[in-house]
Design a protein around this ligand. Sequence first.
Ligand code: CO8
Length: 261
Amino acid sequence: APAYENIKVDVVGAKKNVALIQLNRPKALNALCGPLFVELGQAVRDFDADDSVAAIVITGNEKAFAAGADIKEMQNNTYSGNHKKGFLKDWEDISNCGKPIIAAVNGFALGGGCELAMLCDIIYAGEKAKFGQPEINIGTIPGAGGTQRLPRYVGKSKAMEIVLTGNFIDAAEAERMGLVSRVFPVDKLLEETIKLAERIGTHSPLIVKMAKAAVNQAYETTLKSGLLFEKSYFYGTFATADRQEGMSAFVEKRPPNFKNE
Ligand code: CO8
């Protein structure tokens, strides 16, 4: 694996099919500086291309998942400079990943950190997690999906409240709002998240990828074209060996043996 400075990568789980990416700038509460994002994009692209990996988990540490964009790095950015260098363009590597990405959030997930969690497909949180979009406190607004993805998770009134106040919400509230799907004790979070990834990893990787792409349509298009996309992918599964194997195994009362074909 490439030598990373701002993240740590590992492959975990009983079958060694879960990629684990840990954000690793603990002294800066994992603030998302440019070099970190380049490394994160590279790691996600590599794991997406690796057939032995079923799903990817992104985590931080107990104090912080990530406390946002690196304020010290961007404080002297300019409007024209942001345009010229395409500030934040590296984020697209994460949304382009075909495999499931699960965020395991302990501690702060603020600003870009909350947006990174929302870019993932599933968010699990530890009991002490804190989410927020505090950009308004420092004279800017969310820049990596906070004004667009957050309302899709929690609705307009709650999203407005979070974005306009900069207030933090705790894990229990985030679960009630539907921002996170489950909350665990701090020391159980990572193990439970890896279990979820392993469970996903028991299925056909090809079909998992199609299911992920179909659910994402619900966030990216109209109901009518989303349903059309779903139907064509659903029909499409009938062209795969894994669909045939799954149904045969059910009828023959045996476990399926998926081939990613
Ligand atoms: N950027 C740079 N450094 C940070 C950041 C950050 N976002 N957050 C914390 N740090 C640093 C602190 O400066 C401090 O460093 P030092 O020891 O050198 O002074 C160290 O991390 C520890 O932080 P604190 O001493 O502040 O720790 P506390 O426990 O007292 O407070 C908080 C924790 C409440 C999380 C506090 O650190 C805080 O408010 N951080 C900033 C949160 C924030 O405003 N985030 C939004 C940033 S803007 C943003 O994300 C825009 C999104 C654009 C797209 C995303 C691009 C990647």
